[in-house]
Write a protein that binds this ligand. Structure first.
Ligand code: FEO
Ligand code: CA
Ligand code: CA
Length: 561
């Protein structure tokens, strides 16, 4: 069946939704982080199927297991420490996942990218911080080296056979990117004297480029080599890291806190300076008709900001302008040294504006937000959804999801409207939203990230929610708009990196930091995934089953202009 744009709009029943604000999408990688052309839509029959779907969610649970709603199953694809080839092992605390098929016609064979965000030294290097008064003075070079190896990312070739995804051991594409992998800066000027820097770390969430490379974002980088902070006289001072790596490796903090792009085929990586430096949670890219790129990225720290880069040249993540959101006035404000006198008076050039993005954003009037985390583009409307996970000092314990409607639906617009789409709390049933994924039918999947130290604790606001979970908000039917819990994480864990396979039949998901509150390896707080080592291990799972297929069936209609 073929709809033209007018027929499509009336079919969707979106009164008042003019053609001008309809974006063009094609969900070519099973995930809306890859939109580029056409609409993601389905037949009337399919719509009726979706409307009839009844979902039975899970009750909150504090059980040490990965629990799934009826109609879903999982198997583990890869765990921390698994060998990926003769030299390398899978890193720790897996977060963002992204799957790219090697051949677009075969959705069952491809490359899985996985972020390794940070390490728990007790598990990874055996370093016990709590037995020393000045712990970092006791950490050894060998321990730091182990920790540096276990962050960054992994590329593994995976194949699905008989419903089970397996890693192809020793595949030539399998490789590790670590805190010691050299990578180039995509910029014309050196940063702290370097055009090539050592390693990536704090890789939280990410994205995919329209040209099918991986994007991995450096979030809490100050934990590794510290941070340079400036006093009222603009004098720099080093704030030490909690991991203490700078005691052995004198790498400038300014080399971290960037958006990093990794080529799946050869593992080469580059850091995109033009997108600014801060605690990047993720980066969600959209390719405009003229091949220029728009990239949304948020700074996950209390009262920090939401950013958008618009390239001035096709396919460039260097030439263009970085903007920051004023969500009150609905304006994208340019972080442009040349044309902003207030930036010219404080910073010596655009490179310094980008290195000290947070300070520059505040000077031009950016809105303080409650920790922007993941960002996804709605495949049906083109609206941008941003999780604001919480802001405890401001009394926001449960967070919310922000919806942004760009003016006239144009991703390169400089004005927008912002609304709260859904607030966390007992009434809605979720707290601390973190990662988002739209499936092929436009249902919205959400993971939560309540901190391990406050979950399941009496007298804390998180008690009713029990363990972190995966939720779905159905788009159609009697449950439309409700938040339904479909997976419950093992103890202390967070579910991260939801990513659908291109045929929509598998949801890849990371189980990050199970047993994080463990103080004694002989008595861990979790033993998931219950393997022979009997200790908790961060792992990537594949979730399959009838429910996922019913909700997320690939049944697209070709749409003409
Ligand atoms: Fe690593 Fe903002 O979560
Ligand atoms: Ca996150
Ligand atoms: Ca988080």
């Amino acid at each position: 069946m073929k709809y033209n744009r007018r027929e499509f709009i009336s079919f969707m029943g979106k009164a008042g939704l003019g053609a001008a604000i309809m974006p063009q999408f094609l969900i070519s990688c099973g995930n809306t982080t890859t939109p580029n052309k056409g609409f993601n839509t389905f037949s009337e029959e399919r719509l009726n199927q979706l409307k009839k779907l009844v979902l039975k969610g899970l009750a909150p649970s504090d059980k040490d297991d990965l629990l799934l709603a009826n109609g879903l199953n999982y198997h583990t694809v890869i765990k921390w420490g698994d060998k990926i080839n003769n030299e390398d092992t899978f890193g720790f605390n897996n977060d963002f996942t992204c799957f790219i098929p090697l051949d677009e016609n075969n959705p069952k064979d491809g490359l899985l990218w996985v972020n390794h965000e940070y390490v728990n030294p007790l598990f990874v290097s055996g370093f016990k911080a709590d037995v020393y008064e000045n712990p970092l003075e006791h950490k050894t070079l060998e321990q730091v080296n182990k920790e540096m190896y276990n962050v960054g990312g992994s590329i593994v070739r995976i194949k699905e056979e008989n419903g089970v995804w397996k890693v192809v051991k020793n595949d030539p594409y399998n490789r590790r990117i670590t805190a010691k992998t050299p990578m180039k800066l995509n910029w014309d000027n050196p940063i702290k004297g370097a055009m090539t820097v050592i390693g990536t770390n704090s890789n939280c969430s990410g994205g995919i480029t329209p040209w099918k490379t991986f994007i991995t974002c450096e979030e809490n980088y100050d934990g590794c080599f510290g941070e340079t902070e400036y006093d009222e006289n603009n004098e720099p001072k080093h704030r030490p890291s909690w991991l203490g790596w700078e005691r052995f490796y004198n790498y400038p903090p300014e080399h971290y806190g960037w958006v990093v792009e990794v080529n799946p085929k050869d593992g080469t990586a580059q850091k995109h300076i033009a997108l600014g430096r801060f605690a990047h949670e993720c980066c969600t890219l959209y390719e405009l008709k003229d091949k220029r790129v728009v990239a949304y990225t948020g700074d996950d720290k209390n009262s920090e900001h939401l950013y958008k880069f618009i390239s001035s040249k096709p396919g460039s993540l260097k030439e263009g302008t970085l903007y920051v959101a004023d969500t009150i006035k609905g304006k994208w404000l340019a972080l442009d040294w040349e044309n902003q006198p207030v930036l010219k008076s404080k910073f010596k050039d655009q490179t310094e504006v980008l290195i000290r993005t947070r300070e520059a954003a505040k000077l031009i009037g950016a809105t303080a937000l409650n920790r922007p985390e993941d960002i996804e583009i709605d495949p049906i409307t083109g609206n941008i959804f941003v999780t604001l996970t919480n802001n405890k000092p401001k009394g926001d314990f449960h967070g919310s999801i922000l919806k942004i409607e760009e003016e006239n639906g144009a991703f390169d617009a400089l004005e927008f409207k912002a609304f709260t789409y859904k607030a966390g709390g007992e009434e809605s049933g979720f707290s601390c939203p973190d990662n988002l994924a739209f499936d092929l039918s436009g249902n919205l999947w959400i993971t939560s990230d309540m901190s391990g130290s406050s979950m399941n604790k009496e007298n804390k606001p998180y008690m009713p929610f029990k363990n972190n979970s995966l939720f779905v908000i159905p788009r159609y039917g009697k449950d439309a708009g409700k938040v339904i819990r479909v997976a419950s994480a093992p103890k202390d864990a967070e579910l991260t990196g939801p990513w659908f396979s291109p045929d929509g039949k598998t949801l890849f998901l990371s189980v990050q930091h199970p047993g994080e509150q463990t103080k004694d390896l002989n008595n861990p707080t979790s033993r998931w995934p219950f393997d022979e080592d009997n200790i908790p291990k961060p792992s990537v799972v594949a979730i399959t089953g009838g429910l996922i297929e019913k909700m997320n069936k690939l049944n697209k209609i070709e749409v003409s202009d």
